[in-house]
Design a protein around this ligand. Structure first.
Ligand code: PMP
Length: 286
């Protein structure tokens, strides 16, 4: 926290921190596999892009931020970890004016995460379309990974209340944007499609990896607007995210997608992704 290692019980943030008072801040979620941080540079880049978009100057260099992230994983002696990097506007007064916050707060948590039990990587997730629309690009651009996640949380609550495991958010035009914490892909034969970032999707790091990887595997990948109809009629549908990795969708709004369990391409892509994640990351211990 702000340049020091502190025990979890002492990792405290001020009630005057605008990250807490107003959700004024940005964050990243990364993962390490076998002591290697996957796509470290991409995540750090996105953190700085999010910060730039909210006029938040992160008071350390990209390089220093790399070091802080690696040191935190090392300090916790973790090989396989989930890492949360948070930069808030910092401590101010009770007004929302960011100029009252002279120093951003930075903290990094190295821990573990399992979003979904292992069996769902076979069975697939039940997903429903929620009534809550994805934030408008012209209001709070979903490309900004900010601490203001109520849009996603409201969608998650709706999905849970409907008895589903995930919620699909549409944008204001009614096209598919993304799920509450994952990007969406559909598979038709050897063609993959995913909504463009301009549809209201986060430019997911996993999404980027899947696009590159599947092109190398010989798939054609389109970034285009998708409707619910496109998802209902896909051969396969899967979600991507750092925490969830690649997870199949079994049903959407009660329609069975494809075979209703992980399809062969999803299984193949997930295997290629896991192989890359184990080999490709930035080594923390050497
Ligand atoms: N969309 C949202 C809203 C997210 O919060 C995330 C990250 N959890 C994703 C998509 C997936 O992005 P990434 O692959 O970079 O984790």
């Amino acid at each position: 926290m702000n340049g020091e290692f502190v025990d979890e019980k002492d990792a405290r943030i001020s009630v005057f921190d605008h990250g807490l008072l107003y959700g004024d801040g940005v964050f990243e979620g990364l993962r390490s596999y076998g002591g290697r941080i996957f796509k470290l540079e991409e995540h750090v880049e996105r953190l700085y892009r999010s910060a730039q978009a909210i006029s938040l100057k992160i008071p350390v260099s990209h390089k220093k931020m790399h070091g802080i992230i690696c040191d935190t994983v090392r300090e916790n002696n973790l090989k396989d970890s989930y890492i949360r990097v948070v930069v808030t506007r910092g401590i101010g007064d009770l007004g929302l004016d960011p100029r009252k916050c002279p120093k951003p707060s930075i903290f990094v948590i190295a821990s573990k995460i399992q979003l979904y039990p292992e069996e769902y990587y076979e069975k697939g997730l039940t997903v429903v379309t929620v009534a809550t629309r994805r934030n408008l690009t012209e209001s709070l651009d979903p490309a900004i990974k900010s601490l203001n996640y109520l849009n996603n949380i409201l969608a998650k609550i709706e999905a849970t209340n409907a008895g589903a495991m995930e919620g699909l958010l549409l944008n204001k035009e009614g096209y598919v944007a993304e799920c509450t914490g994952e990007n969406v892909f559909v598979v038709y034969g050897n063609v993959l499609a995913t909504p463009p970032v301009s549809s209201g999707a986060l430019p997911g790091v996993t999404r980027g990896v899947v696009i590159t990887l599947t092109r190398e595997m010989g798939f054609k990948v389109d970034e285009r607007n998708l409707t619910r109809y496109d998802l209902y009629n896909a051969d396969e549908c899967f979600l991507t995210g750092t925490a969830a990795e690649i997870i199949p969708v079994s049903t959407l709004d009660g329609r069975i997608i494809g075979s209703g369990v992980a399809g062969p391409r999803t299984v193949e892509i997930r295997a290629a992704f896991r192989k890359l994640a184990l080999e490709d990351g930035y080594p923390v211990y050497s």
